[in-house]
Write a protein that binds this ligand. Structure first.
Ligand SMILES: NC(=O)c1ccc[n+]([C@@H]2O[C@H](COP(=O)([O-])OP(=O)(O)OC[C@H]3O[C@@H](n4cnc5c(N)ncnc54)[C@H](OP(=O)(O)O)[C@@H]3O)[C@@H](O)[C@H]2O)c1
Length: 253
């Protein structure tokens, strides 16, 4: 079957990507660690949208995970027409105080697995019509973020990688887009110990609105959903880096 692959589809933004892509009539491959959640979502989408859905349990913090995932897709004869690199997590706190392994896992999931999987799936995407890759970065990608330094750095990588790839692959008909949401209502804030931060107290967007913007703009290099987020990114662009990184640090102090 032809299908769109979504990593981190068991919750939040990834789950909403699954719902909206299913409504478009795409078959899906759902990937995350919590297989029970993926199976429940798959059942719902098969019934409601009449599509085919495969679920693959994968811990993307494991170095071999992307290779195993690509192999599973090949074995199941799934022709990939789209890829949503969405799986990711953050952690609030100072670099030197946070657990080292958790921060290395963050780099592995947010950056290395995303690069690894994209590289392995580009040949299949080149065969597909109107293929697309959406890499979920963040508004955190545009400046350094003290008190969440590694997370901000991983998202800066995702944005830069996506912009480069956007130019490299457009000749092959593959649209590559970096989605850069601000605070969004999902399990992310709890997972990252951020529920009581200024960033999340100032208001969140719904996953529904974020994903709608992303899919509508999937052929654009960068999508920043929400006027407030767009304004903050633009203000940051014209402010000295010393100011933007200090302000960003205050958001998760
Ligand atoms: N929410 C926000 O405010 C916000 C803002 C900007 C960017 N983002 C980005 O949006 C993306 C999605 O986050 P979200 O807000 O939807 O958070 P979420 O509700 O916590 O969902 C995170 C998803 O990533 C998966 N995941 C985490 N670690 C994984 C691992 N080791 N292996 C495989 N899958 C893993 C989780 O699945 P399992 O736990 O089942 O494995 C889950 O499906 C992330 O890249 C995040 O950085 C979020």
């Amino acid at each position: 079957m032809q299908a769109v692959v979504i990593t981190g589809a068991s919750a939040g933004i990834g789950k909403e990507f699954a719902r909206q892509l299913a409504m478009e009539g795409n078959n899906l491959v759902l990937v995350a660690r919590r297989l029970d959640r993926l199976e429940a979502l798959a059942g719902e989408l098969r019934e409601r949208n009449g599509i085919e859905v495969a679920c693959i349990a994968s811990d993307l913090a494991q170095p071999e995970a992307s290779a195993e995932l690509a192999k599973a897709l090949e074995q199941q004869q799934i022709a990939v027409t789209g890829l949503i690199n969405n799986a990711g997590f953050g952690d609030r706190g100072q670099f030197a105080d946070l657990d080292l392994q958790r921060q290395l896992d963050m780099v592995q999931v947010n950056v290395t697995a995303l690069v690894d999987l994209t590289w392995r799936l580009v040949p299949a995407l080149k065969q597909a019509k109107d293929a697309f890759v959406i890499n979920v970065a963040s508004s955190a990608a545009f400046q350094a973020g003290p008190n969440m330094t590694i997370y901000y750095a991983t998202k800066a990588f995702v944005l830069s990688f996506s912009e480069g790839l956007h130019e490299e692959l457009k000749g092959n008909g593959i649209a590559v887009s970096a989605l850069c949401p601000g605070a969004t209502d999902s399990e992310f804030a709890t997972e990252a110990h951020m529920t009581d931060t200024l960033l999340f107290k100032a208001g969140t967007m719904t996953t529904e609105a974020v994903v709608k913007k992303s899919l509508a703009g999937r052929r654009r290099a960068i999508v920043i959903p929400g006027l407030k987020n767009l304004l903050l990114v633009w203000m940051g662009k014209f402010s000295p880096r010393m100011i933007t990184r200090r302000l960003a640090g205050m958001l998760q102090a």
